[in-house]
Write a protein that binds this ligand. Structure first.
Ligand code: ADP
Ligand code: MG
Length: 287
């Protein structure tokens, strides 16, 4: 039978905005020694702001319009920022043949031309020569009918408690923090350094994240548990694979919330260490 205090633990956690899906997860959480994060939406707000548009043939307004239209069916944070910067209602009858390639971008027909919006991987895949861009931030490249059209520079903001969250995990005895992201190396390393995260792996596809977590799981001791924290549709497989999966609840995708064992209701990364502390306290009461 399950001790009553387990339920008290779950209740106490939910009061703190931490939803635990079952009492067994409290025990696993209490033994967590490795915390692996996704970047976008987990440590950063995932609410990007367009900070620049660099164009070739078309003008800046046209670039933004094509990007917003091509991305109009996407729920990715990048799409949301493009819609916001465009600022006008989207006539979806202008958009067809939409294909979203996870970790790469979107290809769609807009007004009859083929618009590709995404990272350098997408441009490489389409054999489009792009302009290299060394600015800090996420670079969204665009090609129209296979011809490079320009790029949009967008920047993400760190979550207010992101740095504190990593420090609090260290104080709670977490051995290692790791960040996995689909974003560029330059951006990933800058964020990890700023937050004091021990290890960082960038330019990963969703399947690569699972492989990385499996590598980490293979290296650690049996009794030491690994938690993964993420928010996106892409994170569902890795949330299930970790010893404990923690999802951001407010902005997180349904798939991530479904796959997780624990949900942080307010998306605050500081709640990760709080949840660990609650679980340990609860376990001490039990044994
Ligand atoms: P993260 O792992 O940081 O949460 P994702 O796996 O969601 O990031 O995306 C990785 C990269 O793929 C993004 O940084 C971006 O370059 C590109 N990308 C993914 N989806 C889109 C999209 N809808 N539009 C443009 N670029 C995209
Ligand atoms: Mg994400």
């Amino acid at each position: 039978s399950i001790p009553l205090s387990f339920f008290a633990g779950i209740g106490g956690a939910s009061n703190a905005g931490v939803l635990v899906k079952g009492s067994n997860y409290l025990e696993t959480l209490s033994e967590t020694k490795y915390v692996v994060f996704d970047k976008t939406g987990t440590m950063t707000q995932g609410v990007f702001e367009v900070s620049g548009v660099h164009h070739n043939e078309k003008n800046a307004d046209e670039i933004l319009e094509y990007a917003a239209l091509a991305e109009s069916y996407s729920t990715h944070p990048i799409s949301k920022s493009l819609q916001k910067a465009y600022g006008k209602p989207i006539d979806k009858t202008r958009v067809s043949d939409v294909e979203e390639i996870s970790g790469n971008g979107v290809i769609a027909k807009v007004d009859g031309v083929t618009v590709a919006v995404g990272n350098t991987k997408l441009m490489d895949h389409l054999n489009v020569d792009y302009m290299d861009c060394h600015s800090v931030g996420t670079v969204v490249h665009m090609a129209i009918d296979g011809v490079y059209a320009g790029h949009i520079l967008i920047s993400d903001l760190m979550k207010p408690h992101a740095k504190e969250a990593v420090e609090a995990l260290k104080r709670a005895g977490i051995k290692k923090t790791v960040m996995l992201t689909g974003d560029r190396k330059q951006v990933a390393e800058q964020v990890a350094a700023e937050l004091g995260i021990d290890e960082v792996y960038s330019e990963l596809l969703p399947a690569d994240k699972v492989v990385k977590v499996e590598e980490l799981l293979g290296k650690k001791k049996e009794k030491e548990k690994l938690a993964f924290v993420g928010d996106g549709i892409n994170d569902a497989p890795v949330l299930s694979r970790a010893d404990i999966g923690i999802a951001m609840g407010a902005l997180g995708s349904d798939a991530a919330i479904e796959a997780a064992d624990i949900v942080l209701m307010d998306d605050d990364p500081l709640k990760i260490s709080k949840a660990i502390r609650i679980s340990r306290k609860c376990l001490r009461i039990v044994y």
